[in-house]
Design a protein around this ligand. Structure first.
Ligand code: HEM
Length: 189
């Protein structure tokens, strides 16, 4: 039997997938005026301000899941790829996974830094103000743009990731995808 992911790793994978979609959905409520001065937003754009709190709360939950994911990956390792998989697919799979990890880390880091420089408190879980840094309009805007770039890059990589999962499930039929889908029974590759 080939090495599988631990059940905890599968749970974290799916939770993160769902929460990233939800956080993206919340970010849609920011509207189309992202370049507006941050200092004025609290006064004329209440929806965006409230969404910012929801978005950052979900973002911090995702960051916690990401740290747990790295911990379990280091402790348990990853599932083995099927032995018959062509070399170029092995390289693409490794690049894709490291790309996703790198982009997630960059997305969370730029989100946390953007929030830290906001001009108004962003109180997550109704308790912690994550606008803990010095308010700085220019810094806020430039890191927010990096955050947006990371968002666009990760969306592109998630599309490729889903396409690869569908390919393995329905065309190659090699059980690569099944190992993330089947929770309680360890599957052979
Ligand atoms: C700890 C994690 C995160 C924090 C603290 C955070 C915080 C923020 C903040 C403060 C803004 C600016 C909001 C505004 O200007 O009103 C923002 C924008 C945005 N965030 Fe996040 N974020 C996080 C994670 C994420 C994740 C996981 C995604 C994608 C799934 C994401 C997608 C976006 C998008 C699309 C925008 C709008 C960017 C733009 O158009 O400039 N963020 N985020």
């Amino acid at each position: 039997m080939q090495k599988d992911y631990a059940v905890t790793q599968k749970l974290i994978h799916w939770l993160m997938g769902i929460f990233i979609m939800l956080d993206l959905f919340i970010a849609q409520k920011f509207g189309n005026f992202m370049g507006d001065p941050d200092g004025f937003i609290a006064y004329y754009n209440e929806t965006r301000f409230a969404s910012r709190v929801d978005h950052a709360t979900m973002g911090y939950i995702l960051t916690t899941l990401f740290v747990l994911r790295i911990y379990f990956r280091r402790r348990h390792g990853g599932a083995e790829l099927p032995a018959e998989m062509p070399g170029w697919q092995v390289t693409a799979a490794n690049l894709g996974h490291w790309g996703l990890y790198g982009l997630m880390a960059a997305l969370f880091a730029t989100g946390i830094i953007t929030a830290s420089a906001a001009s108004q408190p962003i109180v997550i879980f109704g308790a912690f103000d994550v606008a803990f840094g010095t308010s700085d309009e220019a810094f806020f805007q430039s890191v927010r743009q990096l955050h947006e770039l990371c968002t666009n890059l990760i969306i592109a990589l998630i599309v490729v990731h889903v396409a690869a999962a569908l390919y393995h499930q329905f065309i190659a039929k090699d059980r690569t995808t099944r190992r993330m889908l089947v929770f309680w029974k360890r599957t052979q590759a």
